[in-house]
Design a protein around this ligand. Structure first.
Ligand code: PLP
Length: 377
């Protein structure tokens, strides 16, 4: 079987985890937690990094600390993994789902601008939705599949409407816009180290920010809001969202491999791009010229999605469609969906992610390409 996207543990994972076991530092504190956080901060160029139990927890805490409150609106793309939308509901806010750009598959900023002009009013430094009367407090760009939107334009919209920016960068470790790393544009950026992400700790996440005060608050909230080093005094409702030392050890080892992973992802993308270039029905995700993507999960669009899924699956090649659009899920059917042509549904009906683990061989990539060509022969 050629799997879709599996971990690559070729580095110091065993060594660092063994060190945790040998020294008995396995749990919620330990030097690997600090070193992993430091490594993320250095790599992304963010001032501070706070590790969390997963990417969803990172989003939850970031929304809270960005000042999103019950009854607020948060803007996010309609094509994303469920965790982005769930985190908005965790703070009892209401999502406003924006359709995607059909070329880049990121939030459609043209559409968003038009929508804000028509439906948002700004007064006294606060943006309110004209129809619902609710504050539009924040915007959460999701760097879908490791690509990014025009961040300058997104930041300008956010500034104009006084919205906090929380980046769902969970898929974009290694991706840059004009050389600046994803997750460092907003007040917060959130990363995930789930098993299918570009690096993994089995499960884990990270919040990055340039604000020291907010970083301290994030650490506090993710560690039960304990305010005394000795006594069990807690000064607010906190969360147990820590990443344990064992997993941070794995994360540190994975960070050492990240440059080689990015290089391999680029090679995989290049091989698929040239190998599939003769098939006119197959369309690739377009990158803005300012974006250097991490090519996390190589995904194509085509009109024969169902046939391809059947044929590749039959030949032991693991593939996946993209997520069901948020507005089609029953929890979000009543949420606002900003759209003109429902590009979300079109991509849902046409997208297909192909095997692209960093450990995939060139022969396996050729095999996938050959099987795809069989469908079009
Ligand atoms: C993976 C992912 C998350 C959540 O990360 P977990 O670590 O699994 O909680 C959030 N948003 C997007 C877009 C993701 O792909």
């Amino acid at each position: 079987m050629i799997p879709l996207s599996v971990p690559n543990l070729a580095g110091n994972e065993w060594k660092y985890i063994k060190d945790c076991l040998d020294t008995n530092w396995v749990s919620s504190v330990g030097s690997y937690v600090d070193r992993f956080e430091q490594s993320l901060a250095e790599y992304t160029g963010a001032g501070y990094a706070v590790s969390t139990s997963n990417g969803t927890a990172a989003l939850h805490i970031s929304l809270m600390l960005a000042g999103v409150e019950a009854g607020d609106h948060v803007i996010l793309p309609n094509i994303t993994f469920i965790a982005s939308a769930n985190s908005v509901k965790y703070v009892n806010a209401d999502p406003v789902f924006v359709d995607i750009d059909k070329e880049t598959w990121q939030m459609d900023l043209e559409l968003l601008e038009k929508y804000m002009e028509q439906h948002a009013v700004v007064s006294e430094g606060k943006c309110t939705h004209k129809q619902t009367g609710k504050p539009i407090r924040a915007i959460m760009p999701v760097h879908v599949l490791g690509n990014m939107c025009d961040m300058d334009r997104l930041l300008a919209i956010a500034e104009m409407y006084h919205m906090a920016v929380i980046e769902d960068s969970t898929e974009s470790l290694g991706s840059r816009y004009k050389g600046k790393h994803s997750g460092t544009f907003g007040t917060f950026g959130c990363f995930s180290f789930n098993g299918n992400k570009i690096i993994t700790t089995g499960g884990g996440g990270m919040i990055v920010t340039n604000d020291e005060q907010l970083a301290r608050k994030a650490k506090h909230l993710t560690t039960q809001a304990k305010s005394d080093p000795f006594e069990y005094v807690h000064d607010e409702i906190g969360y147990n969202y820590r990443l344990v030392n064992l997993l941070a050890a794995m994360g540190l080892a994975q960070m050492e491999l990240l440059p080689s992973f990015l290089q391999r992802k680029q090679e995989i993308a290049d091989m698929y791009t040239s190998g599939l270039s003769g098939i006119t029905d197959i369309h690739l995700q377009k990158e803005n010229a300012d974006v250097t993507p991490n090519h996390w999960l190589f995904t194509v669009r085509c009109s024969r999605q169902k046939e391809l899924i059947a044929h590749l699956t039959k030949n032991s090649i693991q593939v996946r469609p993209l997520w069901v659009p948020m507005n089609q899920l029953k929890m979000f059917r009543d949420s606002i969906f900003v759209s003109e042509h429902n590009e979300s549904d079109k991509i849902y009906q046409s997208a297909l992610s192909l095997p692209c683990s960093t450990g995939i061989t060139n022969a396996e990539i050729e095999e996938v390409i050959t099987r795809i060509k069989e469908v079009y022969a």
